[in-house]
Design a protein around this ligand. Structure first.
Ligand code: ADP
Ligand code: MG
Length: 683
């Protein structure tokens, strides 16, 4: 790959400026595309300027003065044949004062505003010209930039690489012509130097075919890279596991329920993967309460039956503990030893767990991220199950995978997520995983009734909690989220708890929050699960996975502050038993923002996790939804999954076609796009 430093004109100073934008190659420079454009192809008479409009004027400086009241500023008056315009600068260098001396001819571009001296432009772009300087014949690109790198520097640098040498087509013509997209060279050229007749709005909303071509290329690169990565991992060796003959039937016979058809379907998909001598890479998606745990357990049993160990990892202690209890309850009667491992357990107990895992005595290990620390040695790990996978970072998931990589064998991987992933997201960012979806809830659940209540009716709601508990139901009271301050959040939880205890002397009230010691947390959760507590005051720590079927009422205080998936997860804590459940969203009329209102409307009107996730994608964008800030997966830079959903479908099809028909192009195409530093690959 050619570096910019090999090209004439790229001085060390220029290279270091471009380096600030992580631009090191001609390709990266070419793909550093404008954010927007300025129309400097026309010069407007000062008389004809309209307030609020972006325009270019040309004139001679007739006045240049630095004044100090009300604050330091530079005012430069420019005159043309029709009038005078003030250019105002609040930040400026001495060199700029000098460059705009009286008598200088300037061309300035900026927004026209009302000002003290009549109309003015504040901090316009301006440069010295002569009467002969031609106006530009192309729209002027405005690039994303960094401190100390001027637009002019970027424009000139781009010009140097806008030559056929760097604009080679990476794709066979049939790939883009089929879908009516232009070739690469003309697309890039147009985006950097659009002709004046190019409709500015199609550039700005990126619907112009040139933008579409680049978005397509980017999506295609993502598909190809994911596909190759998937194929490479599929070449690794993993234990091929024959379908279970004893343990799975034995557990199923013990269960108080029958698996739903959806559970059976995904179970069969997993079983099939496990029979392969290559690692399973499957994402098991299912809405809250859809019954993923038992599916995971049945998968685990298949390995255990063949003498392979299994690890189940959960993101919080509460959740890990709950899994442990469930697994312990299901597997102990089958004579299987289950080990428990967290960071907070007593040293002796931990040492025992480690020893049992290392000797292979414990066939199943359940725990938090403590499971992938170095001191944890499995005898023979065959399957790693990661619950709520998006809550773990890439590093942690990698570490667990490495645990199994002795004897060149990789463990199978099953990832689970209760955050439904909208179709476009799973088609793009999850293209390197096989996806199974549990698309129905177990029978006998009555849907949760959701109520939106303004907090001037708080008293009424408190009474309702009291009555429900008196009737033998259990309730959650979720305390407001206070993002700015953990201390304040804690205090609110404590205050709420104290208040509830005082207000409801006849009820047993518990408190659980993130700052409690794990053992304390466990004790409270146990008491609640065993129905020794009527009311559980909680922070959002209960958001993930907590399963207490008897709880049928939830009040979420200041619901307007919570995110959509958070609300969906919280609400999923009720409606798990036979009793009719209610979720009350208490919101503050005063504090509810526009977005908050939009979220409450979505959660009130919908129960389907996929619909909610789709709305969440629109409100928050893919980065937040994927939790990529933690996992470090870079985002698409050009394509937008909402806007370019159709291109994504094309990219997926063309990726297949290209791999089959023109593998040599695949490499060339990836070289261009991966030089962007983008690695879409997930672990
Ligand atoms: P999630 O998918 O949110 O992890 P869980 O696995 O915790 O859901 O299951 C939620 C509840 O549903 C649990 O109490 C579980 O025992 C129960 N459950 C799971 N599958 C079934 C089924 N087929 N029929 C009835 N109840 C089920
Ligand atoms: Mg779960």
């Amino acid at each position: 790959m050619r570096q910019l430093s090999d090209i004439r004109g790229f001085t060390p100073a220029l290279l270091s400026q471009l380096g600030k934008l992580s631009i090191h190659t001609p390709q990266a420079l070419l793909l550093h595309l404008p954010l927007r454009y300025l129309d400097e192809t026309r010069v407007t008479l000062i008389r004809d300027l309209r307030l609020g409009e972006q325009a270019q004027i040309e004139g001679v400086v007739v006045h240049n003065e630095v004044s100090y009241k009300p604050r330091k500023m530079l005012n430069v008056h420019v005159q043309d044949d029709s009038g005078i315009l003030n250019l105002r600068f609040v930040h400026f260098y001495p060199s700029q004062i000098a460059a705009m001396q009286v008598g200088t001819r300037l061309r300035a571009f900026g927004e026209v505003r009302p000002g003290f001296f009549g109309v003015e432009m504040v901090h316009p772009q301006q440069r010295k010209v002569s009467e002969e300087t031609p106006v530009s014949t192309a729209l002027t690109p405005v690039y994303p930039t960094a401190a100390g790198v001027s637009q002019n520097t970027l424009r000139k640098a781009v010009q140097r690489v806008l030559t056929q040498d760097y604009l080679q087509e990476t794709l066979p013509a049939w790939v883009y012509q089929d879908i009516h997209l232009p070739d690469f060279a003309s697309s890039v050229q147009l985006l950097h130097q659009p002709t004046p007749e190019t409709a500015l709005n199609t550039l700005e909303d990126r619907s112009h075919p040139a933008w579409q071509r680049l978005a397509f290329d980017e999506l295609l690169a993502q598909q190809l890279s994911m596909r190759l990565h998937y194929a490479r991992r599929k070449q690794a060796r993993a234990p091929a596991i024959a379908p279970s003959r004893t343990l799975v039937p034995a557990l199923c016979a013990q269960l108080p329920f029958a698996l739903t058809p959806a559970q059976q379907k995904v179970g069969a998909e997993i079983t099939h993967d496990l029979t392969q001598p290559h690692p399973m890479q499957r994402l098991l998606q299912g809405d809250v309460g859809s019954g993923k745990t038992i599916v995971a357990c049945l998968a685990a049993l298949q390995l255990i039956e063949q003498g392979w160990q299994v690890a189940i990892m959960a993101p919080t202690e509460i959740l890990a503990e709950q899994h442990y209890k469930k697994m312990h309850g299901w597997l102990t009667p089958l004579g299987i030893d289950v080990a428990w491992l967290t960071g907070s357990q007593p040293k002796r107990e931990r040492a025992q767990s480690l020893a049992r895992i290392a000797s292979g005595e414990a066939m199943l290990a359940v725990g938090t991220h403590a499971l992938f620390q170095d001191e944890v040695q499995f005898k023979q790990l065959g399957l790693a199950i990661v619950d709520e996978q998006h809550r773990f970072g890439v590093e942690q998931r990698l570490a667990l995978r490495r645990k199994g990589q002795q004897h060149a064998i990789e463990p199978h991987q099953l990832m689970m997520s209760a955050t439904p992933i909208p179709r476009t997201l799973s088609m793009s960012y999850y293209a390197d995983l096989d996806v199974s979806v549990i698309d129905e809830l177990p029978p006998g659940r009555t849907p949760v009734v959701t109520k939106l209540v303004a907090d001037d009716r708080r008293e009424e709601i408190l009474q309702r909690v009291r009555e429900a508990c008196a009737l033998g139901h259990q309730a959650y009271w979720v305390c407001p989220l206070i993002e700015e301050s953990e201390a304040l959040q804690l205090q609110t939880a404590n205050d709420t708890y104290a208040y509830m205890q005082g207000a409801f002397p006849e009820l047993q009230v518990g408190l659980v929050h993130g700052r409690m010691k794990p053992a304390e947390k466990q004790a409270v959760m146990q008491a609640f699960a065993a129905n020794h507590l009527h009311l559980l005051v909680a922070t959002t720590v209960i958001e993930v996975g907590v399963d207490v079927p008897n709880a049928s009422l939830m009040v979420i205080d200041h619901a307007e502050r919570m995110g959509l998936s958070q609300l969906h997860q919280l609400r999923g804590r009720v409606g798990r038993g036979a009793a009719k459940s209610t979720c009350i969203l208490l919101y503050s009329k005063q504090q509810c923002s526009k977005i908050g209102r939009a979220r409450l409307k979505v959660i009130y009107e919908n129960t389907d996790g996929f619909v909610i996730a789709q709305a969440d994608l629109q409100i928050r964008g893919p980065g937040e939804l994927l939790g990529t800030r933690q996992s470090g997966v870079p985002m698409l830079k050009i394509a937008d999954l909402e806007r370019d959903a159709e291109l994504l479908v094309h990219a997926k099809q063309k990726a297949d076609a290209l791999l089959a028909r023109a593998p040599q192009s695949v490499e060339v195409h990836l070289q261009r796009w991966l030089s962007q530093g983008a690695e879409w690959v997930k672990v």
